[in-house]
Design a protein around this ligand. Structure first.
Ligand code: FAD
Length: 379
């Protein structure tokens, strides 16, 4: 069945990129529909540490971070596979908040402003013909002048469109799994820790309600070696790092089932595909150790919103909008992605992480430099 309305903008995927884009465009008076395959509120795999570069932007969208009393994070700990520790103050810092809370706050703002939000609605395809898009779901087909693809790191649409990173051979940068818990812990409230273990790293940071997020990423092969058993992998591999052993033995899990995802890819992606502007992880994913993916998703939505408005006001053509978007996206984010991939290669190996910490410890300026290379400025 086809709907009669043609929306100005259709947004596929309601994570941080899609929700923030919908709010910005609706505020400017455009008709916006957003499709999300899940039902809010829901948990996501994420380290849940957001760089302070997003603070003003989130407040401006209507997320009252001050009254939420989010924990402010000013210190970083990094440990090697064998447990050698480096402590450092963060140049800009960040805050901790669960995705359950943040995404749900944004969806409530979007709904109040009048964005049409379709939950439990998976988009199967997007087609472009006669200067208009059709968005195909199982029940209905919707029409729009513009589409944003904000459906995250890997989706059914990527497979349907045979995007190049989907067919890339499995390598060290595209075959990871992620696991997340919420726990009660005695960990410091102002610190984020990144503990290395063989072929992976694990973060811990305070979020809301006296909970802490524990989130780790490792190779799919590490899980295979542990007979596909997460608990076995944590006991045999992660706990070889004494800091992780302490965290896993002393924390009380409050989010009972660890959430897991697989086939995480950090390969290069295109920012425009079939005339759809890709935003957030769908445009390119930074390695999680940088703690910058959420800010990139939010900042990317700001770039897309401005150019989409210019197109809808007829001040630029579709072709100009697409070219300017790719160019601006690369100018702002490409360097961070490259640095993130380079740093990720250092992590998860015993001798390399020990060497890194030995060299970096006496040079705090070098650590600040590395952190700044993977982050941006307030936007
Ligand atoms: C292990 C791990 C740890 C991380 N830790 C951090 C961290 O500490 N700090 C940080 O800043 N970043 C972190 N990140 C990165 C961060 O989570 C992402 O960069 C961010 O979530 C990207 O937001 P997004 O809106 O692009 O995608 P998402 O938040 O993934 O949203 C995409 C949405 O699209 C929906 N969707 C997908 N397909 C369809 C479809 N066909 N139809 C309808 N809906 C669809 C999904 O259900 C989802 O809700 C981490 C990532 C991983 C994997």
């Amino acid at each position: 069945m086809e709907t009669a309305t043609t929306y100005d903008v259709a947004i596929v995927g309601g994570g941080l990129a899609g929700l923030s884009l919908s709010i910005q465009l609706k505020r400017q008076g455009y008709s916006v529909i957003l499709f999300e395959k899940e039902q809010y509120p829901f948990h996501k795999i994420c380290g849940e540490y957001i760089s302070l570069e997003s603070w003003d932007f989130l407040n401006d969208l209507g997320v009252d971070l001050d009254s939420m009393k989010v924990p402010i994070i000013t210190k970083l700990q990094v440990s090697s596979v064998s447990g050698k520790m480096l402590e450092h103050s963060l140049p800009l810092g960040g805050f901790g908040i669960s995705r359950y809370r943040l995404d749900n706050t944004l969806v409530q703002i979007a709904k109040t402003q009048g964005v049409d939000i379709l939950e439990n609605t998976k988009v199967n395809d997007v087609t472009f013909s006669g200067d208009e898009f059709s968005i195909h779901t199982s029940l209905k087909k919707y029409q729009s002048k513009l589409v944003a693809g904000s459906y995250g790191k890997r989706s059914n649409i990527d497979i349907k469109w045979k995007r190049s990173f989907i067919s890339a051979a499995k390598n060290k940068l595209n075959n990871y799994i992620g696991v997340k818990y919420h726990v009660k812990s005695a960990f410091p409230v102002d610190t984020i820790a990144l503990h290395n273990f063989k072929n992976g790293y694990c973060g811990i940071v305070k979020i809301e309600d006296d909970n802490y997020n524990i989130c780790y990423m490792t190779t799919a092969s590490n899980l295979q070696k542990s007979n596909g058993n997460i608990k076995q992998m944590e006991a045999m591999i992660l706990s070889q790092n004494p800091h992780l052993k302490k965290i896993f033995t002393e924390s009380n899990v409050t989010l009972v089932t660890p959430l897991t995802i697989s086939q995480i890819s950090f390969d290069k992606k295109s920012q425009v595909e079939n005339h759809v502007l890709m935003v957030g992880d769908a445009a390119g994913m930074i390695t999680p150790l940088c703690g910058n993916g959420m800010s990139m998703a939010l900042h990317g939505s700001k770039i897309a919103a401005t150019l989409m408005q210019n197109f809808l006001k007829h001040t630029i053509t579709r072709d100009e909008m697409e070219k300017q978007y790719s160019r601006q996206w690369s100018n702002v984010f490409a360097h961070r992605l490259v640095m993130g991939r380079r740093i990720q290669r250092l992590f998860g190996r015993n001798w390399l992480t020990n060497l890194f910490i030995t060299i970096a410890k006496p040079f705090p300026g070098f650590v600040s430099y590395l952190v700044r290379q993977t982050h941006g400025n307030p936007f």
